[in-house]
Design a protein around this ligand. Structure first.
Ligand SMILES: Nc1nc2c(c(=O)[nH]1)N[C@H]1C(S)=C(S)[C@@H](COP(=O)(O)OP(=O)(O)OC[C@H]3O[C@@H](n4cnc5c(N)ncnc54)[C@H](O)[C@@H]3O)O[C@H]1N2
Ligand code: MOO
Length: 392
């Protein structure tokens, strides 16, 4: 059995950036990273653009101007202004070539076709020059840029419709267990509703990993071997739920061995989630998470999450950790370091009742986990504790 920090190091060490290419329509590229540099095929802005509603002027040495026309956003005409002439102009409208400043309307007195400036203004005031953001042919965004809403807006403003991105991993989730039935089916004696695959699938969706398939295996050795073989071949990452402990019908460990999956660790000194397996076959990563639902999700956040971040070459590969003041007491049973479901709020954290690895009810209302190291046997009210913030 290894420690949590050893397990984290092993996942970091054996996970790697995927570096495969995919094409996405710009509106569906959120959360991906650019696979290659994107160059602009236009100047942005494409024309000299007014930054204000007001008057475009051909400056002269007097504050009085004569008004000779109007340019609205979207207009394409080019009024010719002589020195001392002005046109009414609006935000986003093209500034005529013969105008060299725009004054906002609040600083102007209007009297029919005469306007008088209330202040002296400088040349080029309130005119956004052609290509101020980026020029035609220049680098718009470099390879590796994360496609945030702002980046997608920016590329859209340059007329980009499709982008090449780093592909996200293809992921299989495998449920094991004869006791599992689907919602909608009869819950006969001895059965429970399957929950882990939907939970893990949504944990993946939450981080924008959508290439996910779900598979079910009965507690049967040969079927386990053949299904595992199939999904390992077809995916970059395989997440197995259950069947990894020591029971007579826990076939996952033996099946992984038969398939020559290289074990990187099995069993971590932690609660919940002790019987977790991490291994690799060629460039495929395989996690077998304990079937107990809260243990499975804890292991997802602590270990699978790291592999997902590494696949995308992200620099922050672990969930954020902070210190907070506990408003609850807790006494640990046993000597394993423990992850406790908790609610964090502005510097304070409340540890919830009901920490069993079978219970999702507490997880469902928590937004954090308090990490209780081996050295701690209890937490008192007012103690400063380690808090892992969960993705919401
Ligand atoms: N003799 C020992 N028994 C157990 C040990 C041990 O060290 N010695 N460890 C315990 C711990 S800790 C855990 S955690 C579990 C892990 O067991 P498995 O990973 O083999 O998981 P299963 O036995 O298949 O299931 C455990 C539990 O979770 C429920 N489950 C499983 N899959 C799902 C699912 N998809 N949706 C909802 N619930 C699921 C399953 O019905 C069981 O109740 O082993 C302990 N035993
Ligand atoms: O490690 Mo198990 O996950 O405590 O129930």
């Amino acid at each position: 059995m290894i420690s949590i920090s050893e397990a984290i190091q092993l996942v970091k060490h054996h996970s790697f950036p995927l570096l495969k290419k995919a094409h996405k329509p710009i509106e569906k590229s959120g959360g991906y990273k650019l696979y290659e540099d994107v160059f602009s095929s236009i100047n942005m802005p494409p024309f000299r653009q007014s930054a204000m509603d007001g008057y475009a002027l051909n400056l002269h040495d007097n504050l009085a101007y004569s008004l000779i026309g109007e340019v609205k956003a979207g207009d394409s005409h080019q009024p010719k202004l002589k020195k001392g002439e002005a046109v009414r102009i609006f935000t986003g409208a093209p500034v005529p070539d013969s105008a060299n400043a725009v004054i906002m309307q609040e600083k102007v007195l209007v009297d029919g076709s005469k306007i008088t400036l209330q202040i002296q203004i400088n040349i080029n005031l309130n005119i956004r020059p052609v290509g101020e953001q980026v020029k035609n042919g220049d680098l718009a965004l470099p390879k590796g840029t994360k496609l945030t809403p702002a980046a997608i807006g920016y590329l859209s403003s340059l007329g980009v419709q499709k982008v090449s991105v780093f592909k996200k991993p293809t992921i299989a989730i495998l449920n094991t267990g004869n006791e599992l039935v689907e919602a909608g089916e009869a819950l006969t004696y001895g059965k429970i509703y399957e929950s882990n695959s939907k939970m893990l699938q949504n944990a993946l969706y939450n981080h924008k990993y959508y290439d996910v398939t779900i598979h079910k295996i009965e507690d049967d050795y040969n079927k386990t071997v053949s299904k595992l073989n199939e999904v390992i071949n077809a995916n970059d990452l395989v997440i197995i739920s259950g069947g990894i402990s020591v029971g007579d019908y826990d076939f996952v460990g033996k099946a992984l061995e038969e398939l020559k999956v290289e074990p990187l660790f099995y069993k971590v000194k932690q609660k919940p989630g002790k019987p977790i397996f991490f291994g690799k076959k060629d460039d495929k990563l395989i996690f077998a998470l304990p079937g107990n639902p809260a243990a499975a999700l804890t292991c997802f956040y602590m270990y699978v999450y790291i592999a997902l971040q590494k696949f995308m070459d992200n620099s922050d590969v672990e969930l954020p950790r902070i210190k907070a003041k506990s408003v609850s007491k807790f006494t640990k049973s046993g000597d394993r370091p423990q992850f406790l479901k908790a609610i964090y709020n502005t510097g304070e954290v409340s540890i919830l009742e009901g920490q069993s690895s079978a219970m999702l009810q507490t997880f469902a209302v928590s937004n954090a986990m308090v990490f209780m190291d081996e050295s701690l046997s209890s937490i008192e009210i007012g103690d400063t504790v380690d808090v892992i913030l969960l993705p919401q």
